[in-house]
Design a protein around this ligand. Sequence first.
Ligand SMILES: *Cc1c(COP(=O)(O)O)cnc(C)c1O
Length: 374
Amino acid sequence: MPRPILATVHPDALRHNLQQARLRAPDARVWAVVKANAYGHGIERVFEALRGADGFALLDLAEAARLRALDWRGPILLLEGVFEPRDLELCSRLHLWHTVHCDEQIDWLAAHKTQQPHRVFLKLNSGMNRLGFAPQAFRAAWARLNALPQVDEISLMTHFSDADGPRGVDHQVAVFEAAAADLPGERTLCNSAAILRHASRPLRGAAGGTLAADWVREGVALYGSAPDFPEHSAADWGLQPTMTLSSRIIGVQSLQPGDTVGYGSTFTAEVPMRIGVVACGYADGYPRHAPTGTPVLVDGVRTRIVGRVSMDMITVDLAPLDAAGLAAGIGSEVVLWGHSSSGAVLPVDEVARPAGTISYEVLCAVAQRVPFAT
Ligand SMILES: *Cc1c(COP(=O)(O)O)cnc(C)c1O
């Protein structure tokens, strides 16, 4: 028998979450962001459920080629644009739309020989200071692109640093409105947090409308995570988990008061208790920094991990099951995040948070050695 750990992707939940984005941004088209192998889910595993999106956004050219290999003929956007001039040949061949965020990318386009003019998304640095043209350089970049025979349509794009938090988006929206003003072209501003929290805010400029604009770029919310957890939970936003990481109990220990568990003896029993040993560790992608108290479901009942996460195992407190008279033991189902076979839900956000990280990182970290169902 193979080791019992298993990751399962839930296509119905992906469809449901995509539908939630449509409800919040009814007039926008939706990019399903599938970078990082669809946030660890696998592009091929999410494709059917997400093909109702208007386009796919990612940043790795090899991943774009995988979408074309699935016979996706609709829009694909490279969120970081091309990394070197010859990437433009693949853009021409696979019909990829690409972000343009720096002068060098315009130089490469100007030197690119193509029969097919490219659709580009000109990126404004509205304050995040990662990628994009400074506001005072934005119009000149637009004019340069507009003069190139290699360029067909120019759309306008920016990215928010604080859509999930108290600083919000107003300061960046003002910069975008001023820099884009009367420039023609479709607009895209919102990531998941902005879709959920700010999409209906008005947007001034050539086209007017709301912040959702022409396209929204939805990533983590598609995968059932609340970008502003713990202020809101996934359930608050009507999102369902799209991945379950499950395993089983492979050993049980009975502890007496004073007994300790695992490396470093970081957990000491204060009362007699049973501990379940689970076939899942940090080599499977479970966060090593998850402390005692991090939630876990055993046979659908919420309990906690105790002691340190080791490479191949974690240890969980069986007391809540014992107290309820449930006979947990070898073979009991353990859900690290997602949902149990009885329907109990453990959002990945609730595991990421105590481990000092975010759902994005936890989902992307599911290891190669973990087999996937579906
Ligand atoms: C990753 C990414 C997104 C999606 O972000 P989420 O927070 O996962 O919704 C949107 N836009 C850009 C430019 C990105 O890199």
